[in-house]
Design a protein. Structure first.
Length: 238
C-alpha cells in the first residue's frame, strides 16, 4: 500500500497532501464565483435588459482556453495557485449566474407582494425570501460548477507544479509509471463524487420542505409540508 501511494520527490508532497491542495484549488474559486454571482444575479433580476449581456460575457470568458488565461495571468500572479484559481472562478460564473437568476425568478409574485407588505425592503426580500426559495436551483448550479472545477484543476500542471493531482499525470508520463496516471484519474473522479454527494446533503438540510421521495403508494397530503414560500416568509418575519 505504501508503494502504491509513493510519489516522486519532485512533487514535493504526499498523495493525500495533493488531495488537500486539489480541494483548495477547486473549491475556493467556486466559493468566490458564488459570492460574485449573487449580486450580479440580483442586478440581472432587477434590470432584465442586463441579463443577456452578462450571460454573453460569461459565456465568452468560459470559451477562453484555460492555458490562454494562464499565459495572461502569469505576468501578474506568477506560477502560483492564484493563477489557477482565477480562471476557475471566472468559469463558474457561466453556471452560477443563470442558476441563481432562474431560481430567483421562479419565486411567485404573490410571495414577493406579501413580503413587501410585511415591510421587507429589496435587500431583505432578496436574502430572506427569494434566495431560500431559489436554493434548489442554486445548489444544482453549484454542483455543476464544483465538479467542473475539480476536473479543471489538473490543467494547472501545464504552468508548473500547480496542478495538484494533475501533477501525477505529468510525472506518470515522464517516468513511464501508469500507476501515477491512475492515481490522478481515479483520485480526481472520487473527489468529484464525494464533493457532489456532500452538496446533495447540504441541499437536503437547506430545503426541509422539499419531498424526499415516496415510500410505497401513499397518497400525497398537500398539508403535510408547508410551501417553500410560506417557510421563507415565516423566517423573514422572525
Amino acid at each position: 500500500m505504501n508503494d502504491l501511494f509513493h510519489l516522486p520527490s519532485d512533487l514535493q508532497n504526499s498523495y493525500f497532501g495533493l488531495v488537500g491542495v486539489h480541494l483548495r484549488e477547486a473549491l475556493l474559486p467556486v466559493l468566490g464565483g458564488l459570492l460574485a454571482a449573487l449580486p450580479i444575479a440580483q442586478l440581472c433580476v432587477r434590470l432584465r435588459w442586463l441579463y443577456a449581456p452578462v450571460l454573453w460575457v460569461t459565456t465568452v470568458l468560459y470559451a477562453i482556453p484555460s492555458l490562454a488565461f494562464f499565459v495572461v495571468l502569469i505576468d501578474y500572479t506568477g506560477q502560483t495557485e492564484t493563477t489557477v484559481m482565477i480562471p476557475l472562478a471566472v468559469y463558474s460564473l457561466v453556471v452560477l449566474v443563470p442558476a441563481i437568476v432562474d431560481g430567483v425568478r421562479s419565486v411567485p409574485q404573490e410571495t414577493l407582494a406579501a413580503a413587501t407588505a410585511m415591510g421587507l425592503g429589496p435587500v431583505r426580500r432578496y436574502v430572506q425570501v427569494q434566495l431560500p426559495i431559489a436554493v434548489p436551483a442554486i445548489m444544482a448550479g453549484l454542483r455543476v460548477a464544483t465538479v467542473s472545477s475539480i476536473s479543471l484543476v489538473s490543467v494547472g500542471a501545464l504552468i508548473g507544479n500547480q496542478g495538484a493531482l494533475g501533477n501525477l499525470l505529468h510525472d506518470g508520463m515522464v517516468y513511464h509509471q501508469p500507476r501515477l496516471v491512475w492515481l490522478s484519474v481515479i483520485g480526481t473522479a472520487v473527489l468529484a463524487v464525494l464533493v457532489d454527494a456532500a452538496l446533495v446533503v447540504v441541499r437536503l438540510l437547506l430545503t426541509p420542505w422539499m419531498p424526499r421521495g415516496s415510500r410505497g403508494a401513499r397518497p400525497v397530503d398537500a398539508t403535510a409540508r408547508p410551501e417553500p414560500a410560506a417557510v421563507a416568509l415565516e423566517d423573514a418575519v422572525r
